[in-house]
Design a protein around this ligand. Sequence first.
Ligand code: UDX
Ligand code: UDX
Ligand code: ADP
Length: 482
Amino acid sequence: ATPPVKKIACIGAGYVGGPTMAVIALNSPDIEVVVVDINEERIKAWNSETLPIYEPGLDEVVKAARGRNLFFSTDTKKHVGEADIVFVSVNTPTKTTGIGAGKAADLTYWEGAARLIASVSTSSKIVVEKSTVPVKTAEAIGKVLKRNCSDPSVNFEILSNPEFLAEGTAIEDLQKPDRVLIGGVDTPSGQAAVAALKWVYNHWIPVERILTANLWSAELAKLTANAFLAQRISSINSISALCEASGANVQQVAHAIGTDTRIGNKFLSASVGFGGSCFQKDILNLCYVCETLGLREVADYWHAVVTMNDYQKQRFVERVIGSMFNTVSNKKIAIFGFAFKKDTGDTRETPAIDVCKGLVRDNAKVAVYDPKVTSEQIFRDMSTPKFEWDRPDYSRSHTRLLDNVQVCATPESAAEGAHAICVLTEWDCFKHYDYAAIYEKMTKPAFIFDGRNVLDHDKLREIGFITYALGKPLDPFLQKVY
Ligand code: UDX
Ligand code: UDX
Ligand code: ADP
């Protein structure tokens, strides 16, 4: 029998599209997989020795499949035109202007991709939603596809196949997913499309791990999964504040509750705040959908998860400033880690941006070290305003902002002469530095604020550091000075 799928195209060669297609190609040598993007530089990088994103294990997978059945190209028309299945994994940022600004998803790129698919299609296609989109997007996209394709014999089946991979563990998550979710409509052709995509995943994933649902359930499951995950972090972070105020230890609390199998022990690490391209965006999106449907209370409930996250970042900044005698003006502060989590160079929505901006607003001089984030990226992030920064006096504060940011090539140079170190990403390498040597070269009293609880706090105190461990009983020295 002829295989149901011979060629796959993916629009968008980003953090999701690239690794996902690489793993599909690796496991399905009988399928040609082509990733296309409008960004030539990105495609060039995917075809080079230095891939555009850092992800453990990704190099090996790309090396094994590239040139065999995995290709990266800017020839969107050709490859999308030839494909049986088209994955769409373009960016879907939060709108910054107009109706729903700061909440709704901006579907400009998605619609552009849909129009492109419609214009080049001469054969029927399965179109797969991969990037997170609001509920009922599939329906809207279906209309764009139908009305823009000149060939009436071409049929489009739309599936929702949300991505659950986490950065830093993307390859592992794709090779051995907890589950794959495919949503489709309940018509014979809809179910045939579901079966075709199932056949693709079944190259390496057992059928019992491939779940099917209706389109809207699949779309909503993705938003809900991210909202629940983020909620766990905001919940434990809220308790971390209470621990510091009461003398409890958040790690002991987390361990104790995590042993209840109904709660589970994962995703309970208190932190300076969650980041990443998905959590905040998806929750805001969920809230916006609820508001639009008249479900005010539901929107408010989920919005509290984002509010708590903002509070946690602000609380950290206040702790640093308060502990350092209420002034960080002109003090050098070393920042260890700028990525939103370890094992990635991605900085989208990283808590480090808000923390660094908060410190710089009080005139601190931050010296940032991160093992994977480029200095260009750090400067770009520090100079891009969130829209609440969009004030008439913005350009002035903005110049001062960058004057007070320095990016360092080593942790030692970041810490040299500094009054404090703030750990903002849980990189493993941070555990193994010679903190005694670092301490010697710092200004005294030397502070360390561990926003990820990755360091050996007792040892740091022995060395002489005034040590703040998030959510743990406070050193007497750390009580706020008024
Ligand atoms: C997330 C989801 O996990 C993934 O399923 C979805 O497809 C995309 O969004 P990602 O953002 O890549 O993945 O990373 P994740 O591991 O979920 O971490 C998100 C943020 O939460 C990071 O800033 C991380 O440091 C933080 N976090 C995570 C905590 O603060 N505490 C924890 O216990 C876990
Ligand atoms: C709870 C805790 O589970 C227990 O550990 C603690 O010691 C006392 O409080 P209990 O109130 O007896 O125990 O019952 P539980 O099974 O937790 O159910 C509480 C309520 O939640 C019930 O009304 C139950 O119907 C409801 N529930 C539970 C749901 O609505 N959905 C669920 O998925 C689970
Ligand atoms: P994600 O984390 O969801 O993968 P990224 O921003 O990393 O998001 O990747 C999205 C990619 O989609 C970008 O490289 C962007 O250039 C690409 N893209 C957006 N619109 C189109 C389009 N119409 N055609 C091709 N590529 C597109």
